[in-house]
Design a protein around this ligand. Structure first.
Ligand code: HSE
Length: 408
């Protein structure tokens, strides 16, 4: 019998505990013996839960019990998840997590600690919920070199953007709807300002390259400034606005960013709607591979956690490509200002001829779409350095209402 503990009895932790019960026979088959949850650590009591007798409030009970071979950390946040995970690994217990913030910020040290103590630190559920992405990148693509990942990594914001397009409603209305449906948190800041997607693209970049970058090196833009006018413009240009987490190996290093982009029709990411996630992973030998599915939610995420529990307990993690991460050196990420983008720009409060003359001088050849609303001027640039685009925006006459990058 393998005994485990679950730290954090919330949406995902609760799903893990109940799935371990419901799927006991196939988990036994996969692990080779029964798996049972011995302790659940939470600040709260759950008197009405069938698992009430397993709830403890002192983490030491778990660390000091040699019968516990694995800890599932589903509490989220950095503290005290970091201290609990470190202590469990130092005691030689495997740790399985869904906590993307912790993996992005401290994954490298936790993996090193796991290796030192002959344990596993596994994190399949930290990106893309139930989508089997990380193990697939680490194992099935291990013989290839992953050069680029573009992903819709946040379900809440994808729901908001889909509703703004299909329902013609504002960002605020779509956010309220997402909150009512339980998709968005009461405080949705990490979702809408791109921090959730930032952590996820940092993790995917590290899985692909072995280097974890600092969050300050990920160019990150909020999607809360997207308007229905932007969504309409994208539609007229033959695309859809999506919040894209992206990393790409370039000549001078890795370009890594999270920002709203116009995804051209024909790119499968433009058709990923509602709370779904999608990731396009491009590798040298295979070309594009697309992953799609439920990127959040109790059971999809709990299922991903359980796949890691099985891998840690039956030892298969040792046979997988299980390299640890290094902290990325200073020159690993290229300067965002030096990277190149093709952008859509909308300007008001100045005569159209004056805006276009000035834009052509500053930005070269422009594409001017049909159907521009009265009183606005719109254009699309060629591929240009970010620095040049930023300087032009400061110099254009009128008011720049919107600047949206295309997904290349
Ligand atoms: N808030 C996240 C999302 C949950 O909306 O995608 C899953 O990480």
């Amino acid at each position: 019998m393998k005994e485990i503990a679950v730290i954090g009895f919330g949406v995902v932790g609760g799903g893990v505990v109940s799935l371990i019960d419901e799927n006991a026979s196939y988990i036994r088959e996969a692990v080779g013996e029964d798996v049972s949850v011995k302790y659940i650590l939470d600040l709260r009591d759950f008197p009405d839960s069938p698992y009430a007798d397993r709830v403890v409030h002192d983490a030491e009970v778990i660390f000091s019990d040699p019968a516990v071979s694995l800890v599932v950390e589903t509490m989220g946040g950095v503290h005290p998840a970091l201290e609990f995970s470190s202590k469990a690994l130092a005691c030689g217990k495997h740790v399985v997590t869904s906590n993307k913030e912790l993996v992005a910020k401290h994954g490298a040290e936790l993996m090193a600690l796991a290796k030192e103590h002959g344990a596993a630190y596994l994190y399949e559920a930290s990106v893309g919920g139930g989508i089997p992405l990380i193990r697939s990148m680490r194992t099935s693509l291990a013989g290839d070199r992953i050069d680029c990942v573009n992903g819709i990594l946040n379900g809440t914001t994808n729901y908001i953007l889909t509703r703004m397009r299909d329902g013609g409603i504002s960002f605020e209305e779509a956010l309220a709807e997402a909150q009512e449906l339980g998709y968005a948190e009461k405080n949705p800041a990490a979702d809408i300002h791109g921090l959730d997607a930032q952590r996820k693209i940092m993790i995917l970049c590290a899985v692909a390259t072995g280097y974890i970058v600092d969050e300050s090196n990920v160019y990150t833009e909020t999607m809360s400034k997207i308007t229905v006018a932007d969504i309409e413009a994208a539609r007229r240009l033959g695309g859809a606005v999506r919040l894209i987490g992206s990393f790409r190996r370039e000549e001078k290093g890795v370009a890594i960013s999270v920002c709203p982009r116009i995804v051209p029709a024909g790119n499968p990411l433009s058709d990923i709607n509602d709370v779904y996630n999608g990731m396009s992973v491009a590798s040298r030998l295979t070309g594009d591979v697309l992953y799609y599915g439920r990127g959040a939610g109790r059971y999809p995420t709990a299922g991903a956690v359980i796949s890691d529990v099985i891998s840690a307990l039956n030892g298969s993690y040792q046979r997988e490509s299980n390299r640890t991460w290094e902290i990325a050196p200073a020159d690993f990420v290229c300067d965002f200002a030096e990277s190149r983008s093709r952008v859509y720009i909308r300007v008001s409060d100045a005569p159209r001829g004056e805006i276009l003359d000035s834009a052509s001088l500053l930005l070269g050849d422009l594409e001017v779409p049909a159907g521009t609303p009265e009183g606005k001027t719109e254009f699309v640039t060629g591929m240009l350095p970010e620095k040049q685009i930023a300087e032009a925006i400061r110099s254009l006459p009128g008011t720049v209402e919107s600047v949206l990058r295309f997904l290349a």
